[in-house]
Design a protein around this ligand. Sequence first.
Ligand code: SF4
Ligand code: FES
Length: 251
Amino acid sequence: MNFLLKVWRQANARTKGRLLDYEAENISPNTSFLEMLDILNEQLLHRGEEPIAFDSDCREGICGTCSLTINGQAHGPNHPGAVCELYMRRFKDGDTICIEPFRAKAFPIIKDLVIDRSALDRVVQAGGFISARTGSAPEANSILVPKKNAELAMEAAACIGCGACVAACPNASAMLFTGAKVSHLAFLPQGAPERRRRVLGMVRAMDAQGFGNCSNHYECVAVCPAGIPGSVMVKMYREYAIASWLEAAGE
Ligand code: SF4
Ligand code: FES
């Protein structure tokens, strides 16, 4: 298969970027999208040109680093799934494919397709943890968790922190991400001691990092590779409302 790639090239955060054209030729349909970029980079190196900078690590949909916008869609056309789970057979021979970094004020571009997503880490640092000593695995029945709550917590914990929800949102909101991180601990008894402090800290950190507010477009849910449901945002709003009311009441 042959493709015309339009790739965002930008030397660093201070310079202007632009889309440059590259030919990707004789690509097997079973090549992954990232392997196709690897092949192109090999060719660029052979020609003495600067390879395209892009992020990846696990290449199996669990680390969240392969954050690219492909033809205008965060993670490309294969939902739900990360870029590393996308294969070239998903495109047509001769297609033109536009490849850009995730775009959001809170995600400054480092180089080419690589962005700084540490703003998400700072949201987690504001409360996405428990202070209980975990020690070795406890006896399973020592802390009872209703099956429904265990399932909801596991569903929310599937968030891989990729930031696609932010990139897809017209307001660059991180509410789906933050909602997932708040919810997965709020559904479990182990998360109870810091419950109020957690949601207040994380929501305020989210605002401080420059993420926008939700206006119910649900583009975040449409592109999320982990299938995080919009209900985590409802859970976060409820947690936040209770915590801020108790805070205002001096409790
Ligand atoms: S909620 Fe989904 S899209 Fe957002 S960071 Fe988590 S896995 Fe990525
Ligand atoms: S490289 Fe880890 S999720 Fe894609």
